[in-house]
Design a protein around this ligand. Structure first.
Ligand code: SF4
Length: 448
């Protein structure tokens, strides 16, 4: 049984030093009990107390890693039902299906799409992470050949899919060093698949007929010493699968029910044949609450929205995306190019830099650290005002790059122009457009 807040409190140092980010040990204990804090935040817990608190401090949903090295993906580790309560931790892995009944050309085509379908957005690389190789032939040789083709042509994390332990064992010979997810242990093969998972130290997915059976199977696996588990409740109707996700997440978080405290795997392509519906179902599971989503194929028009949705939902709502402060050179500027200044809220930066880039006017963009606030908010909060912008411009080094002394400020910060003329003697302050969309027209008429 997990410890209560009071039980945890009794094991803490009770000095109320506040170094853990809350003012008292009691508040920290309550957060720990609710899964909203990590024990490592308190530097003064004794080793003895640490051992006793291990259970209480473990995330209610165990994080599970599939793969190794740079391309390994961690799923699970979630601590809240709703993003606004804190944040969602580990985005669900998106997996591409490859069957061992596909010919080489089809497999290569899919792997090529897997590689190509990557997108840069707000400074992040959005891409899928996993390839699920499924045995449909029931032939160990064909399965091994498909797994081998994937390992040679892709750095993706791998899911090995078969209900037959001998076929899974054959696949593992090809890729055990990549620590694939073994899918699946069932009521019929549990012991054999558990042995494979132990032998190769790989995570294992459990497939059950329903949530009750999942509880039974995960209990047996954990008793056998296997803890890296992924859950498939077996439901293949949208409604039931959705309900299962909610039941699993809430049981793990609200009731601290360990047998369901693992990430889940879902298969939208087994719920419909319609490609549009597959994407819609996948989007539902991005939000609630899949750990891995297996898609029958990847196409840009369905994958890209899923990647963007995933990025948005798994962005920390308490921490705005920021761009590094500095001078950004766009379209190869020279000493006569215009100089613009803006804030370091990523969305602001990408909108402004995108407009400058698209109009092809060589320019310098000064990005000032405003703690991730947009222009209007930063200005209203006193973080994008003349007495801060002035020193930033002076220290930025822009005077070594542009010989004119003209600074274009955002229209929303027009009120700062007078103050900036005082802060930056010898500079002419120009008020630019309020809206990023008007930047191209403004820059095209700009003269040094
Ligand atoms: Fe208490 Fe540790 Fe937090 Fe200090 S850091 S207030 S000792 S829980």
């Amino acid at each position: 049984m997990p410890l209560t807040g009071i039980e945890i409190f009794k094991l803490l140092p009770k000095t109320n030093c506040g170094e853990c980010g809350v003012p008292t040990c009691l508040a920290f204990a309550m957060n720990l009990a609710a899964g909203k804090a990590e024990l490592s935040a308190c530097p003064y817990v004794s080793d003895e107390a640490k051992a006793q608190l291990a259970e209480a401090s473990a995330p209610p949903i165990r994080p599970v890693t599939v793969g190794v090295g740079d391309t390994a993906i961690k799923v699970g580790g979630e601590t809240v039902m709703f993003r606004h309560e804190k944040r969602f931790e580990n985005p669900p892995g998106l997996a591409l299906l490859i069957s061992d009944t596909m010919d080489d050309a089809e497999i290569d085509g899919r792997l090529e799409r897997f590689k190509q379908l990557q997108y840069e957005r707000v400074g992040l690389n959005l891409r899928p992470e996993l390839v699920a190789v499924k045995s449909e032939s029931d032939d160990a040789g064909k399965f091994t050949a498909a797994v081998s083709r994937v390992t040679k042509n892709s750095d993706a994390g791998i899911i090995l899919m078969s209900s037959k332990p001998d076929i899974l064992a054959a696949g593992l010979k090809e890729c055990a060093d990549r620590k694939p997810l073994i899918y699946s242990a069932t009521r019929d093969n549990l012991d054999s698949v558990a042995d494979l998972a132990k032998e190769h130290s790989c995570p294992v997915a459990v497939k059950a007929a329903n949530v009750d059976e999942l509880v039974e199977l995960t209990t047996k696996l954990t008793e056998a010493g296997i803890n890296d588990i992924v859950l498939d409740s077996g439901s293949r109707t949208v409604r039931q699968a959705f309900e299962d996700q909610v039941v699993i997440r809430s049981s793990a978080l609200a009731k601290k029910f360990r047998p369901l405290g693992f990430p889940t795997i879902v298969f939208p392509f087994e719920m419909t044949d319609d490609p549009m519906k597959k994407a819609l179902i996948a989007s539902m599971f991005v939000a609630k609450y899949a750990g891995i989503i297996v898609l029958s194929d990847f196409q840009g028009e369905s994958l890209f929205p899923l990647l963007v949705e995933r990025m948005n939902i798994y962005t920390d709502p308490q921490r705005p995306l920021v761009t590094t402060q500095g001078i950004y050179e766009i379209n190869n500027p020279d000493e006569n190019s215009p100089v613009l200044v803006t804030t370091n809220f990523s969305l602001t930066y990408f909108i402004v830099s995108g407009e400058i880039e698209s109009c092809k006017v060589p320019s310098y963009l000064l990005v000032m650290d405003t703690e991730g606030l947009s222009v209007m908010t930063a200005w209203a909060a006193g973080k994008f005002v003349a007495d801060l912008i002035g020193p930033f411009v002076k220290k930025s080094g822009i005077e070594d790059k542009a010989k004119h002394h003209k600074l274009i400020i955002p229209g929303y910060a027009a009120a700062e122009s007078g103050g900036l003329e005082e802060e930056l003697p010898g500079w002419e302050i120009l008020v630019g457009p309020r809206d990023g969309a008007h930047i191209p027209a403004y820059l095209k008429s700009w003269k040094p």
